[in-house]
Design a protein around this ligand. Structure first.
Ligand code: ZN
Length: 286
């Protein structure tokens, strides 16, 4: 009887041990599942926003690897989109009303080899030289140095290269203030600004109105109109040419074209516009 009781106790203890072992194993397996679940959640949020990714990254090494792979994938996707946009406009050639060759390469229009950005000829959204071109900067610095030497006043480029996005926010601000028709007389729509080319800039001089009609007919405005061509610059929006260029007179806006063309357009002080010289329009299609 005693032996039977002892066996029974052993069996009960054994059964209890097996049960608790099973319980313990089941419990420890739970936390292993948790990171698996969060990994899935993290992956989902990664696709929607990068900010979420940063906050969830700290969990485990596995998750970090997952996040890195995702980010790389997004970057690759972005690059592909840009390439597609650039290729969207087919290359073409033609002739202006004055017989100059028009070439469209990667969405950029060149007339007789000169890049054109006006109301008729725009630039791709992706066109971004990042700053004024080295030739433009070099010529501008020479002009500014000579002006300072002659007049003892500082002259500088207040506004040079502008990206598509920057122009978009500037133009939208003007439209809110003056309406679209009003803004179109003095501000380019995004993709149509000469500032996006990296070849144009707005000049300011110490003691004078800066980038406003108050600069027109001042001594430095007259100096620029008489001398800019010597450095390869043209007065892009001369007085009385609004119907041709599409813009009000801007005595402060200069465009680099090189000395040869600049001399021709200077025309002994009676500035000819790029539109008149090449026989092209500057009008929005809508
Ligand atoms: Zn300008």
């Amino acid at each position: 009887m005693k032996k039977k009781a002892v066996y029974l106790i052993i069996i009960i203890i054994g059964a209890l041990l097996i049960f608790s072992c099973y319980k313990l194993l089941h419990k420890t397996s739970e936390p292993v599942n948790v990171p698996d679940n969060t990994t899935t959640r993290t992956t989902t949020s990664t696709t929607s926003s990068t900010t979420t990714t940063t906050s969830t990254t700290t969990k485990t090494e596995v998750e970090r690897t997952v996040t890195t792979t995702k980010t790389t994938k997004t970057t690759t996707k972005k690059t592909t989109t840009t390439t597609t946009t650039t290729k969207a406009v087919p290359d073409s050639t033609g002739t202006t009303s004055k017989g100059y060759k028009i070439e469209v390469k990667n969405g950029i229009t060149y007339v007789d080899g000169y890049l054109i950005a006006n109301k008729s000829y725009g630039l791709p959204k992706s066109y971004n030289p990042g700053s004024l071109t080295s030739e433009t900067k070099k010529a501008a610095n020479e002009m500014f140095e000579d002006y300072i030497e002659e007049n003892n006043k500082k002259m500088w480029a207040q506004s040079g290269f502008r990206s598509y996005e920057t122009q978009k926010s500037i133009y939208e601000r003007y439209v809110k203030r003056d309406g679209q028709a009003g803004a179109d007389r003095y501000s380019a729509r995004p993709g149509n600004s000469e500032h996006q080319t990296g070849l144009a800039f707005d000049v300011c001089v110490t003691g004078y109105a800066c980038i406003s009609s108050g600069f027109n007919d001042t001594a430095p405005a007259k100096w620029l109109s008489a001398n800019a061509y010597k450095y390869g610059f043209i007065l892009r929006y001369p007085k009385g040419k609004e119907s041709i260029t599409g813009y009000k007179h801007e005595s402060w806006h200069f465009r680099y074209v090189g000395k040869d063309l600049a001399q021709k357009l200077y025309n002994d002080g009676d500035w000819i516009t790029m539109e008149e010289y090449f026989g092209i329009d500057s009008k929005y299609s809508s």
